[in-house]
Design a protein around this ligand. Structure first.
Ligand code: PLP
Length: 387
């Protein structure tokens, strides 16, 4: 098809660096992939069975646009139980096709053409594209390893212009594994209030933290009223393929998201909603078992990478290590390509995640312990040649 028919918005989108790389990986044998951003675990069995059961009993129809009320009630109870935040399941929660859809809804509902959204980077690859698709302007704000990839409040202040509508934060962070401190979030809350900004808070990995506490942004004083909280099931419950998540926000805002969802999606997958009800009801111990295993792998990979001279700050959340490859003198794309070609280990170049990611690579430890051991051995050979 002739690209001249495509809208300028779409033509302007850069293809995802990750996809390009993994299309190559898929054609190669004997690769150990530390590149995939999803749990290697299969969805815990009771959750799986709930989905199967829902199909078997003929639950193959649409649900209400906002999602099953009992699921919205469970999400509300879950958020209240974990963080003490109150959302009305009738009008302040919507069930979405993953956080991916929720991001699209939030950006489209908020941004007028030319309005800016501040996006700290390195970050999940979709944020900038979603802002552009929504007609807005993403403003990248790099974070730095010397700050443990925490946001600097002053840098946020400096990035604000009369066109700034919102800021998007994502902790625990993909790709750095950083978890924001309460103080950083309180400083950000003050800035949001002073400049009347909406905060989109992507908390998809909230239950995957190690030795620290996750702070839910909307639980901070006065923040519920200006936060669109995004959460989901993909990572915590190993449910990426089910495509299910949620957004929670004050009714006036949520109404906007719901309107777009209603016309574009109709309702999130019914089977996945049944599974998600079970996940919230009985999933806790399964999440904990997976979290404990991730933690064991986290220690292995972080120690291993540091010993190889790939300096890695301790990631306190999600399932990613983000080592520096500066010792090799290569840029991150060359490093990833050579490591793949010569040792058959796949990692993701840090620059795919935006400004601040250059000079790093993302290594996922949502990969079996033994595979991580083997990957480290292969990387040791590589670093002996180039480190
Ligand atoms: C930070 C972050 N947000 C959102 C997503 C999308 O998740 P979902 O599967 O819920 O659409 C991902 C997936 O990797 C992610 O890492």
């Amino acid at each position: 098809m002739n690209p001249r028919y495509l809208s300028k918005r779409v033509v302007a989108l850069k293809p995802s660096g990750i996809r390009k790389f993994f299309d190559i990986v898929a054609t190669m044998d004997d690769v150990i992939s530390l590149g995939i951003g999803e749990p290697d675990f299969i969805t815990p069995d009771p959750i799986l069975q709930a989905g199967i059961h829902s199909l078997q009993k003929g639950d193959t129809h649409y649900t209400s646009n906002a999602g099953r009320l009992d699921l919205r009630q469970s999400v509300a109870e879950h958020l209240y139980g974990l963080y003490g935040v109150r959302y009305d399941p009738e009008c302040e929660i919507i069930i979405t096709v993953g956080v991916s859809e929720a991001l699209y809804l939030a950006m489209t509902a908020l941004l007028e053409p030319g309005e800016e959204i501040i996006i700290p980077t390195p970050c999940f690859v979709s944020y900038q594209a979603e802002a552009i698709l929504a007609g807005g302007t993403p403003i990248e704000l790099p974070t730095f390893v010397k700050d443990g990839f925490q946001l600097r409040p002053q840098a946020v202040e400096d990035a604000i212009t009369p066109r700034t509508k919102a800021i998007l934060i994502a902790y625990p962070n993909n790709p750095t594994g950083a978890v924001a401190s309460r103080q950083t979030l309180l400083d950000l809350a003050q800035i949001a209030e002073e400049h009347d900004l909406i905060v989109i808070s992507d908390e998809l990995y909230d239950q995957l933290v190690y030795g620290v506490q996750h702070v839910c942004f909307s639980s901070l004083p006065n923040m519920c009223e200006r936060t669109i909280l995004l959460g989901g099931f993909s990572k915590n419950y190993a449910m990426t393929g089910w495509r299910i998540g949620f957004a929670a926000a004050p009714a006036g805002l949520l109404k906007g998201l719901l309107r777009i969802h209603q016309y574009t999606i109709m309702s999130a997958p019914t089977t996945a909603q049944a599974a998600a009800v079970e996940a919230l009801k009985n999933g806790k111990r399964h999440v904990e078992a997976m979290r404990v295993e991730y933690d064991r792998r986290r220690k292995l990979i972080v120690n291993g990478l540091n010993q190889l001279g790939m300096t890695t700050i301790e990631p306190h959340g999600a399932f990613y290590a983000f080592p520096s490859i500066i010792a090799t003198g290569m840029d991150d794309e060359t490093f990833a390509q050579k490591l793949l070609d010569e040792e058959r280990v796949a990692v993701v170049p840090g620059s795919s995640f935006g400004a601040g990611g250059a000079g790093f690579v993302r290594c996922s430890y949502a990969t079996a312990y033994e595979k991580i051991e083997e990957a480290l051995q292969r990387m040791e050979k590589f670093m002996r040649r180039y480190g």
